[in-house]
Ligand binder design. Structure first.
Ligand SMILES: NC(=O)c1ccc[n+]([C@@H]2O[C@H](COP(=O)([O-])OP(=O)(O)OC[C@H]3O[C@@H](n4cnc5c(N)ncnc54)[C@H](OP(=O)(O)O)[C@@H]3O)[C@@H](O)[C@H]2O)c1
Length: 321
């Protein structure tokens, strides 16, 4: 796969990475996972040059980092490994639950725990997963900077942040990457954040670049979503919204057919066309989907194709609620 770097001074990565969340979390929870297949997908990604691997402590929680730790035994140096902190907290009984905690002491403890689960001495990129209104971002980034100074993280990233929050973080430490949702049906960050990242040579890592699978044409009805699947609760996947949104997936399919590509490849090629240091991390646990996604790096969209895709309608429903 052709490569780029995470900003001009960042590590080299394949232009498409691998999001590992769905291997352990959020999607299709009811179906038992075959760990051998999941690990083979991670290895397949590395073999294909999709070297940016994305996880977080909250995925599972913890089990996704543990899975990656096992997958990377003997292959750690081939990956550019990113994990995240801040979207996981503890309930009154001390059990891990989804929730914000960006306190410096939490971050200091969490990096050590993530490294132990990942079986590595450092991560290449340590993200603040979400901003926490209770904790000034400068304090959280200060704790991330300590992890960099201690050699536990090579660089700092932020997820789902505004330009103002990026600037405040930059006043404490350089930011290598911003990860936020970006796809043909989620363009919110393109107005301000993506241009700011490009101006500042900060890599932009689009998450859910396949619209959580919708843009591939896999889901034509709410009932197509597996039981216990996180998407069942999302606004765009409710039956009424989904019925309207199907027109978007159908247009992507038509364009893909004309080009001799798959809808996933067209969706990813459009994301790749948004800038030099833009590295999408499509998620999959399926070998043939991974191969399909890798093929997107070779798709060239003409100006006319891009204009057609740019003109796709805005979806019905917010990206989460
Ligand atoms: N920073 C954040 O807050 C945040 C939030 C969400 C996600 N993320 C990261 O972004 C990564 C990707 O996002 P995502 O998983 O939400 O959404 P996505 O990449 O847009 O879509 C994943 C879905 O698409 C399916 N899929 C993948 N390739 C396909 C193909 N070629 N053809 C048909 N279906 C295909 C997957 O199926 P199978 O799984 O069945 O293979 C899965 O259901 C995550 O893994 C995670 O690392 C970050």
């Amino acid at each position: 796969m052709r490569s780029t770097t995470l900003g001009p001074d960042g590590p080299e990565v394949g232009v498409i990475g691998l999001g590992c969340m769905g291997m352990s979390f959020s999607y299709d929870q009811a179906t038992p996972r075959d760990e051998t297949t999941l690990i083979s997908v991670v290895h397949q990604a590395l073999d294909l040059g999709m070297t940016l691997l994305d996880t977080a402590d909250v995925y599972g929680p913890f089990t996704n980092e543990e899975l990656l730790g096992r997958a990377l035994q003997g292959r750690r140096d081939q990956a550019v490994l990113a994990t995240k902190v801040g979207a996981l907290t503890r309930d009154a009984r001390g059990n891990p639950v989804m929730g914000l905690d960006n306190l410096p002491e939490h971050i200091r403890r969490s990096i050590d725990e993530s490294l132990a689960r990942l079986g590595t001495e450092y991560v290449d990129l340590y993200y603040l997963h979400r901003t926490d209104p209770q904790v000034p971002i400068e304090e959280s980034v200060g704790a991330l900077a300590e992890a960099v100074a201690a050699g536990k993280a090579r660089a700092i990233g932020l997820s789902e942040v505004s330009v103002e929050q990026i600037k405040r973080a930059q006043s404490v430490h350089p930011i290598m990457a911003v990860q936020s949702e970006l796809s043909l049906w989620t363009r919110d960050w393109m107005t301000e954040v993506l241009p700011y990242c490009q101006e500042q040579d900060i890599a932009f890592v689009p998450y859910s670049p396949l619209g959580k699978g919708f843009l591939t044409g896999r889901f034509s009805s709410h009932d197509d979503l597996p039981e216990d699947d996180f998407r069942r609760g999302l606004a765009r996947f409710q039956q009424e919204a989904l019925s309207t949104n199907l027109a978007i997936a159908e247009r992507v399919r038509e364009i893909a057919e004309r080009m001799g590509a798959t809808p996933a490849q067209v969706a990813l090629a459009w994301v790749l066309a948004q800038g030099e240091y833009v590295v999408p991390i499509p998620g999959t646990k399926t070998p043939r989907y991974l191969a399909d996604n890798a093929g997107a790096a070779d798709i060239e969209l003409s100006a006319a194709d891009l204009a057609e895709l740019d003109a796709l309608p805005v979806p019905t429903g917010g990206r989460y609620f």
